[in-house]
Design a protein around this ligand. Structure first.
Ligand SMILES: Cc1ncc(COP(=O)(O)O)c(C=O)c1O
Length: 292
C-alpha cells in the first residue's frame, strides 16, 4: 500500500464505499452471471447493516414483510424493532411456496420479501433455478422487492455455484446483499448491497446519517484480498473442510438419531438442520437407540 493509498484510506470515504472494492466486487459478480457495475454497489458494515439500511430505506412501520421460517433470527428481531408486520412462510427444500404467497396477496399487501436463494440459513438448501425464475417474475408483476441474502452462497457442496435471484432479474426488483463474514472473517465488517442506481442514491443518504462510511483501511484490505486470488483459494479450502464435516455429520445422524428426526444433506452453508416432531416423543425416547 502506497503512502497516498494509506492517506486516502484513513480519511472519510464516500459513503458508497471504496472505489477499488466496488470495482472488484462488480467484476466478481459479473463473472457469476449478473449485470452489475461499481455504480450499483454500496459497501456496508456487514450484511446486517445492509438489511437494516434496506428495511429503513424501503419500508415504514406497519408494512408487511414476508420472511421465511426458519430464517436468520436477527432479521426477525430487526423487523420487530422497526414495527414491521412479519409474515412467515414455510421454507422447504425448494424455497417457500409461490402459491401460498399468491393467496396471501389476495388478503394483504406485501412490500418486501427477505430470502436466501442459495445456501439458506439454517436449512442449507438452494432454490431450484425454475423456482428462482418464477419467484422473480411473480414479484416483478406484483411490485414486491426481494432482498436476496447471499452471505453463504459461495459455500456450496454441489460442485458449482448456483445463480442468485438477481441473475434472473431484468427490472430491478431484486436487491442482493452479501458479505465476507461467512467466507473470510466477520470481524472485518465488510458487506455490500447490489441494486439499481436510484436506490443506491437513496441509501447513501441513510449511510451518511448513520455511520458516514465503512472504515477505509478494511475496505482497502478487502479489495486487495479479493483481487489477489488468496480469497478464492481460502474459500475452496473451506468448501473442502465443510464438505468433509458434512459427511461426518450425516454418518453420525444416520447411526445415532431416531427415525423421527428428519434431516437432509445441506447443499451449502455451514448448518446441518434437524427437524423434530412437535410431540414429547423425543424426551420419552432420548435414551433409546435407532430405530423407534
Ligand atoms: C443469513 C445471514 N445474513 C446476515 C448475517 C449478518 O452477517 P454480517 O456479519 O455480514 O453482518 C448473518 C450472520 O449470522 C446471517 O447468518
Amino acid at each position: 500500500m502506497s503512502d497516498n493509498e494509506l492517506k486516502e484510506a484513513l480519511n472519510y470515504l464516500h459513503s458508497k464505499g471504496h472505489t477499488e472494492l466496488r470495482k472488484i466486487l462488480a467484476i466478481r459478480l459479473r463473472q457469476s452471471g449478473q449485470e452489475v457495475s461499481a455504480s450499483n454497489i454500496i459497501v456496508t458494515g456487514g450484511a446486517q447493516q445492509a438489511i437494516q439500511l434496506l428495511f429503513y430505506g424501503l419500508l415504514s412501520a406497519e408494512d408487511r414483510v414476508v420472511i421465511e421460517e426458519p430464517t436468520h433470527c436477527h432479521v426477525v428481531c430487526l423487523a420487530k424493532m422497526m414495527r414491521l408486520k412479519v409474515i412467515p412462510l414455510r421454507r422447504t427444500k425448494e424455497g417457500f411456496s409461490i402459491d401460498e404467497l399468491e393467496s396471501l396477496l389476495k388478503r394483504v399487501q406485501v412490500r418486501l420479501i427477505y430470502t436466501m436463494s442459495c445456501s439458506h440459513n439454517p436449512t442449507g438448501t438452494n432454490m431450484p433455478e425454475r423456482k428462482k425464475e418464477a419467484l422473480v417474475n411473480f414479484c416483478e408483476t406484483h411490485g414486491i422487492t426481494i432482498v436476496d441474502d447471499t452471505v453463504f452462497s459461495e459455500l456450496q457442496y454441489i460442485g458449482f455455484s448456483p445463480r442468485t435471484l438477481r441473475c434472473f432479474d431484468s427490472r430491478g426488483c431484486v436487491v442482493e446483499i452479501g458479505s465476507l463474514s461467512k467466507t473470510f472473517a466477520p470481524g472485518l465488517r465488510i458487506g455490500w448491497i447490489i441494486c439499481l442506481r436510484p436506490l443506491v442514491e437513496k441509501l447513501v443518504v441513510l449511510i451518511d446519517a448513520q455511520t458516514m462510511c465503512v472504515p477505509g483501511i478494511t475496505q482497502l484490505f478487502a479489495a486487495r484480498l479479493l483481487s489477489s486470488g488468496d480469497y478464492d483459494t481460502h474459500v475452496d479450502s473451506l468448501i473442502q473442510l465443510y464438505k468433509t464435516r458434512r459427511s461426518i455429520m450425516e454418518k453420525a445422524c444416520n447411526q445415532l438419531l431416531p427415525t423421527f428426526v428428519k434431516y437432509g444433506l445441506p447443499d451449502g452453508g455451514y448448518f446441518f438442520w434437524l427437524e423434530f416432531p412437535k410431540t414429547n416423543t423425543l424426551t420419552r425416547n432420548l435414551n433409546c437407540k435407532r430405530p423407534f
